[in-house]
Design a protein around this ligand. Sequence first.
Ligand code: NAP
Length: 326
Amino acid sequence: MDRRSVADELLEQTIVGSFSRIGIGLRRRVFAWPPFTGGSLDGRTVLITGPTSGLGRAATDALAALGARVILVGPSQDRLAGVRNALVAAHGVDRFPIVVADMGSLASVRAAVTRVLETESRLDVLIDNAGAIFQERIEGPDGIEATFTTLVVGPFVLVSDLLQLLQRTPGSRVISVTSGGMYSQRLHLDDLEWRSEPFSGSRAYARAKRAQVALVREWARRLGPRGIVINAMHPGWVATPGLAESLPGLYGLIRPLLRTPAEGADTIVWLAAAADARVRSGALFVDRRPRPFDRIPTTRLSATDRRRLWEMVVGLSGMPDPLPER
Ligand SMILES: NC(=O)c1ccc[n+]([C@@H]2O[C@H](COP(=O)([O-])OP(=O)(O)OC[C@H]3O[C@@H](n4cnc5c(N)ncnc54)[C@H](OP(=O)(O)O)[C@@H]3O)[C@@H](O)[C@H]2O)c1
């Protein structure tokens, strides 16, 4: 390992160092990241969920600046229109279609996919970014606990139903935005929807994020060499409206250490645009480098657990298995 990698690994051991703005500042300097090449996404199509706020908005701005056609997916027509208008004003062209979808409703996700398939002939990058923390246990219109639908089952249906379009697009990529909070939680496969245990919004969120990453690994295994590369990333701690609203205590405490949304979105943009980001699939990235899936041995999910999770999510989605085992 070279000296830069040793420094990076030491930083990764310290959660505050790695997750805060200190982490990205040091890594940017140590590895001398080159700027993204202007026009590198000309002619490419990116779909992003949650482009109206925080990380999604910062990633959208950066991807649009690199030339991408960006499909904006979110629950509010008005908020999406606000982002599209700002992008059209900034770039002078309208390559920013709007698709209304609530990731917490499978019917809504399916309707969004139908719209995308009607208008798009390629999909180079799909970014599963939308996220929220629910303070109480509620069930969405599909009768599934809302955190698990919004962060896991909804995105699973989105990727599954867009799989053929992704497969037809050479070099396509799927990026899942997860959270370092997942390191703190073990997934309870016998109670994914908090039917037995007293509900905790922040723990439900962290477990759903762990499930999301486990599914990324399972997607990568099942896709094999089919051309689509799928990876997860976590952005560190980022000053976004989402963090301020859902975890105000943490936000106040670590405010000076928070990354800007552009810093938090850097690895999303890198995974979407950089040639060397396509060499791995089924990995978890932080600051452009693959990282461990666990920090505590008891949170580890075996390959059998991941297969079981996949089958449970397929069951909840109500659709046939998109990539059945042979
Ligand atoms: N901020 C952090 O420190 C941090 C750390 C780790 C991971 N993350 C992850 O990063 C991602 C973005 O978070 P953020 O901090 O940028 O949050 P944010 O500012 O609250 O933005 C969340 C975005 O998700 C959209 N969204 C929420 N619920 C949705 C639903 N049911 N269907 C479709 N879209 C929905 C929102 O759309 P509307 O505005 O239209 O409602 C908004 O565009 C999330 O997955 C989050 O878990 C954030």
